[in-house]
Design a protein around this ligand. Structure first.
Ligand SMILES: Cc1cc2nc3c(=O)[nH]c(=O)nc-3n(C[C@H](O)[C@H](O)[C@H](O)COP(=O)(O)OP(=O)(O)OC[C@H]3O[C@@H](n4cnc5c(N)ncnc54)[C@H](O)[C@@H]3O)c2cc1C
Ligand code: SF4
Length: 485
């Protein structure tokens, strides 16, 4: 039974994690399930506020605040606190196509905007979301939903990441015939070949693809639009086309020594690692391996952190991560007042692991690489850095390294894949207030449209684009109901 001041009286708790020294010995997810009684107590901390900022999903400045999927958080928290798990699952499904992904890897901007956080600590929304969807799969409540009617209209979705999958799901449920084209050998976009297995196990991505296939969606792998089929041909064969091709083009560093062996873009490294795991398990070593190496990751963001955690599991000798910026504050800063989701210093899983394995945090702040140095075989042996500063500095430092990973962000879409639509600053351009590109009948959503972002935004955009395509196709919108933004 929920008490009126539970959000103050009961302490926020999160599920336990596998000890860092143990979990680095394998590639499994490391978050343990929450016991039911604890879940109910945590869900009861939600006060079902009249104005739930947690579900508003707005950008305030550059920060995501609240849930971009407008998840009905207080409603499913109440149901969870009463042990009504199946009902909670159906509430969750109203807004979120794939809670098994968001509840594992979303940075949970909902929690930064939770009203309880004003006077106490926020509700553990993400853990409750995970418990609801994991239970729904375990209990067999998640079943293929096969549409009863078909419109006979055909939609091509290019790219099988979260944006493409969400759009394909909603368009299929609306009765359209959906084909998803993917250039890789496996589906899921960055859910499959970007985010490492310990954050989202790949069996869960495949489970969802299998469900979508059972519901009638056709998936075609190893098919690259722009190479195997042109966009123009696709447009002629389908009634509408949706481009969800991500923002794959990575930023690089143009400094002396860049062409030395042993320097790789982060995504090549992460993809090689996951592919090896899926094909060979723990046996042998992937083509790019950190085993026994001194690793430097250039780039202080989340992709860099995933490289750190991957290198540790491969058995690196040491690992350091360079960031251009300083350490984030530990407390909510004045310039990010509630309900803005604040950018705070956290001991992310990768950093906790490095601390335990090597005794120190891998992060080096305010640092800029100026040159890579090689040995006589053309392999990288180290690099030079200077402090990152607005004024020229001469204070150089040498760092030994025999594997360097570049994780300094993404420039946007690959131009070769977007012939036929307008692109500016790496993003596919759309008509004002629309997901339709400059070319009639061709739409876009996700990272390809907004630039490198988050799963939760990709899902939101995929859903909204699907709604617009549905309207474009049949001129009415009975099939796809969405909460208004
Ligand atoms: C290493 C890493 C870790 C991340 N971790 C998180 C996290 O923990 N939490 C979070 O919320 N977000 C995370 N993100 C961001 C998140 O993964 C992305 O924002 C999200 O996947 C974008 O979805 P999308 O569908 O737009 O594109 P993507 O997931 O990039 O999918 C695009 C798909 O299109 C395919 N494609 C591209 N061109 C073509 C073509 N011409 N023909 C056919 N197919 C094509 C690609 O192969 C790919 O499968 C991470 C990103 C990276 C790189
Ligand atoms: S999807 Fe993300 S923002 Fe939305 S409720 Fe789940 S954890 Fe929070």
């Amino acid at each position: 039974m929920r008490g009126t001041t539970d959000f103050i009286d009961k302490k926020r708790e999160k599920p336990k994690e596998v000890d860092a020294l143990k979990r680095v010995q394998n590639w499994n997810e490391y978050k343990k399930p929450f016991p039911e009684e604890k879940l109910k107590t945590q869900a009861a901390r939600c006060m079902e506020c009249g104005t739930p900022f947690c579900q508003m999903g707005e950008l305030i400045g550059r920060q995501t605040s609240g849930c971009p999927l407008y998840n009905l958080i207080p409603e499913w928290n109440t149901l969870a606190s009463q042990g009504k798990w199946e009902e909670a699952y159906h509430r969750l499904l109203l807004t979120n196509n794939f809670p098994e992904f968001t509840s594992r890897a979303c940075p949970a901007p909902c929690e930064g905007s939770c009203t309880a956080g004003l006077v106490s600590e926020p509700v553990t929304i993400k853990s409750i979301e995970k418990a609801i969807i994991d239970r729904a799969f375990e209990e067999g409540w998640v079943k293929p939903r096969i549409p009863l009617k078909r419109t006979g209209l055909k939609v091509a979705v290019v790219g099988s990441g979260p944006a493409g999958m969400a759009a394909a799901d909603d368009l299929n449920q609306a009765g359209h015939d959906v084909t998803v084209f993917e250039k890789e050998d496996r589906f899921g976009g960055l859910l499959m070949y970007g985010i490492p297995n310990m954050k989202i196990e790949k069996k869960y991505v495949q489970r969802r693809i299998d469900l979508l296939q059972a519901e009638g969606i056709t998936f075609k792998a190893n098919t690259e639009i722009g190479k195997d089929i042109t966009l123009d041909q696709l447009r002629q064969q389908f009634d509408a086309v949706l481009l969800c091709i991500g923002a794959e083009k990575q930023r690089d560093i143009d400094i002396p020594g860049r062409s030395l062996n042993g320097i790789y873009p982060a995504m090549q490294y992460l993809k090689t690692s996951t592919k090896h795991l899926l094909e060979h398990g723990e046996a042998g070593e992937p083509a790019i391996s950190a085993k026994g190496k001194k690793v430097i990751v250039i780039g202080g963001g989340d992709t860099g952190a995933d490289c750190v955690a991957t290198a540790i599991r491969q058995g690196c000798k040491s690992v350091v991560q360079f960031g251009k910026h300083g350490e984030l504050p530990k407390e909510r800063p004045a310039h990010e007042p509630w309900p803005i989701n604040p950018s705070l210093f956290t001991l992310d899983y990768a950093y906790e692991e490095t601390l335990k394995v090597f005794g120190e945090d891998p992060r080096e702040y305010y640092i800029q690489t100026t040159e890579f140095l090689g040995d006589h075989n053309g392999r990288v042996k180290g690099l030079m850095t200077v402090p990152f500063s607005d004024v020229p500095v001469t204070e150089e430092q040498f760092w030994e390294a025999d594997l360097v990973l570049i994780a300094i962000g993404f420039q946007g879409v690959n131009p070769s894949e977007t012939a036929g639509v307008a692109v500016a600053n790496g993003r596919i351009q759309t008509r004002p207030g629309s997901f339709q590109t400059t070319t009639e009948g061709i739409f876009t959503a996700g990272d390809a449209k907004r630039g490198a972002s988050l799963i939760v935004w990709a899902l939101q955009e995929g859903k909204k684009a699907a709604k617009e395509i549905d309207q474009f196709l049949i001129g009415k919108n009975e099939a796809i109901e969405q909460p208004s933004a």
